[in-house]
Design a protein around this ligand. Structure first.
Ligand code: UDP
Length: 352
């Protein structure tokens, strides 16, 4: 949590030095739906550090309660427990006119988690995005949807550019998320096309770092936690499938640049690290960093698991001047150190 704490320390310092300007009434009001999650909590911290008043809306379905604890002491941070599928609570709608930015990060994003209640996943993407877009419309706020590399499905084009339309199985177990996000994108662009909201759409590729839920089932968290605790390391399929992993601070930087940029909001933007590797190569790095002697247990490849994934980030580079800076070894080192601390701490810290 060192990074999050550094953000908070910086925010507290701003509070002291900039005094009145930073008072709650004058700070820009930003809504972060899904702000208690892995990426959301880092985004909230960065927005607080910048001087925003942050309202975090989360149903705590997959979030770690301890992510919130790090933020909750901050005078410009508010937490509202609600599900975006339900009508937005009065504590938010009563201030609709004051929001200037609405970030939508609300949705379980790890395959085993978003498949647990697929109907809710689809509704979160579609109905949740509709509720937040309507709020942005009412507020005259800029809206950012966090979409996903999963809109490309199991891609036939490599690396994936934003104009590639994807190869998604609309009847498979991943469809609740993939098609949900595709529908959320369609709705977001319709709001923009009809002049109802100023929008931005980020397509997020695999992201890792501190504050990930140790039990969320994704490859980086699973492999590190298994390596650190000496449990067998689970590799699905033969481990030759590829992914490209982006460190969370780089991703948050990309999201904020996208939100603040004056680009034409009708274009989605890939955000991710183009450093592609096989799952076996990732395993090699983690074994080396942790010195783990744990054995490998091969399991069947999940249905519709994409074979290859790598973002083409030339659009983000050209339009936002953005590219990832944290190299994989450095990012994995920080993540391993953080998980080592988490696993040593009482399990209550990891409870959702
Ligand atoms: N994977 C794995 N072992 C695990 C978890 C995941 O080999 O314990 C594989 C998974 O099948 C996929 C890749 O790692 O090919 C990335 O999976 P993840 O769930 O992190 O994200 P995805 O990119 O599939 O959404």
């Amino acid at each position: 949590a060192a990074e999050l704490e550094a953000h908070l320390a910086e925010a507290m310092q701003n509070e002291r030095t900039e005094g009145k300007r930073m008072k709650n009434q004058n700070a820009p009001l930003t809504l972060v739906a899904g702000g208690a999650g892995f990426i959301g909590s880092h985004l909230c911290a960065a927005l607080l550090a910048r001087g925003d008043h942050v309202v975090c809306l989360d149903n705590l379905q997959t979030a770690r309660a301890s992510n919130l604890k790090l933020l909750e002491g901050h005078p410009r941070f508010e937490f509202v427990k609600a599900d975006v599928v339900d009508p937005l609570p009065a504590s938010i709608t009563s201030r609709a006119g004051r929001f200037t930015r609405v970030y939508n990060l609300a949705c379980a994003a790890s395959p085993p988690q978003y498949q647990e209640d697929p109907e809710h996943t689809m509704l979160t993407c579609v109905v949740g995005t509709d509720h937040l877009l309507r709020l942005a419309e009412q507020a005259g706020a800029r809206f950012l949807l966090t979409s996903t590399s999963e809109v490309y499905g199991d891609p036939e084009i490599h690396p994936q550019r934003e104009d590639y339309r994807g190869f998604v199985n609309c009847t498979g177990p991943r469809a609740c998320y993939d098609e949900g996000k595709r529908a959320a994108e369609a709705m977001t662009f319709d709001f923009a096309r009809t002049g109802r909201a100023d929008v931005r759409v980020a397509r997020i590729f695999n992201t890792y770092g501190p504050q990930m839920h140790p039990d969320d089932g994704r490859v980086v968290s699973n492999l590190i936690c298994q390596a650190l605790s000496g449990r067998p390391i689970t590799i699905y399929g033969d481990g030759t499938q590829t992914r490209s992993f982006c460190y969370v601070s780089d991703l948050v930087d990309g999201l904020m640049r996208l939100m603040e940029s004056d680009i034409d909001g009708m274009e989605p933007i890939n955000l991710g690290n183009p450093n592609e590797m096989t799952v076996n190569e990732l395993l090699g790095h983690i074994v080396e960093l942790t010195g783990s002697g744990a054995g490998v247990e091969y399991r069947p490849l999940p249905v519709d698991d994409p074979r290859r994934r790598r973002p083409d980030i030339s659009r983000a580079a050209a339009l936002l001047g953005w590219e990832p800076r944290v190299d994989l070894r450095e990012g994995l080192e920080r993540t391993c150190a953080w998980f080592a601390g988490e696993l040593a701490a009482p399990r209550v810290a990891a409870a959702a």
